[in-house]
Write a protein that binds this ligand. Sequence first.
Ligand code: EPS
Length: 401
Amino acid sequence: MLRFLTAGESHGQVLTAILEGIPAGLTLDFDTLATELKRRQLGYGRGRRMAIESDRAQVVSGVRHGVTTGGPIAMLIPNKDWENWQRTMSVESPPSDDTPGIDRPVVTRPRPGHADLAGLAKYGHSDVRNVLERASARETAARVAVGALARQVLAVVGAEIVSHVTAIGSASIPDPLAVTFDQARAIAPDSPLHCVDAEVERAMMREIDTARENGDTVGGSFEVLARGVPPGLGSHVQWDRKLDGRLAQALMSIPAIKAVGIGRGPGVALLPGSRIHDEILPARGTPSANLGVVRPTNNAGGLEGGITNGEDLRVTAFMKPIATLMKPLRSIDVTTMDNSPAAIERSDVCAVSAAAVVGEAMVAFVTADALLEKFGGDSIDELLANWRASCQRLTSRFGRS
Ligand code: EPS
């Protein structure tokens, strides 16, 4: 079983992730870890915080001489901005006289759409900061570090994950399912919004500009694709083993994600069965054949009955606009319960392209978990031996090439 926890506040000293269940014997690529964290920081519409941070994960356990031991892997991502927040975020009370930074006033005006009001009520706080610091999407940097290691497990069996942004506000690509894995993978790493269509991307940037000019924010959607995922991950036999359910939960847990679609997603409700279900044709020697068959369409997004069917996994997540508005919405002051505009915290106008990188990380984590569940995961050698045996069984049964 693969599992992880994160800890850390947006302006605290450090973000922490503990990942347990990575098999022993995996030679880690630390450059990939750095690259993934960098990718999450990019994107048109991000705020000033990203100019301050240059996220790096320090691996402090579970690895010796570059190779995993099978023990829990702890990673630390320092928050550079903490230097400016040491007094406000001090763990000890009161902060010592020589602690640098300023003492910021308490936050009392909850932002509609953020965790502020519900969190304040639930935990009995009087300062919204006690909620917002942990609810901040800054936490997703730790998830991307986790995902970067999960990807390396998937790479052992040749599985890869990419993403592309499908909509920002009203600017969208017409048919996301028509975008191939290779097209999504070919997007330049420094592209402004990680969209496959340059013209649509310009329209997306205009949506962000308009929102910024209006003191507003804008949401959107992104699709995550996984190629080379072995057939047979997840199971139809019990509700909590269905991989589509597990993926949806993982993506929904990303801040601001309000809906998840598998394959054609909500579009399946609009078309008859004859146009939704992906027909099964004999492969007759087609080199790309999977399970000895060809599927002319992939509306199912690589999952049938909650089990991977060997086609590309395709999952879309829909993100609401960020809750911090420079032209704030109506709210209250929780000290007086009188009308008051919501608080303004430094924030992003749009973070959909960053969320796509987080989405890849969550898909990598869930898929790697399901992979280890099926093939066993104490060591990479064990995983590989079981996976190869499974490939052989499938080849002799279905002629998989
Ligand atoms: C984020 C860091 C945060 C925000 C953003 C994402 O930094 P700060 O609060 O210092 O500007 O930019 O968080 C939110 C959008 C949010 O709603 O909390 C990051 O590292 O991604």
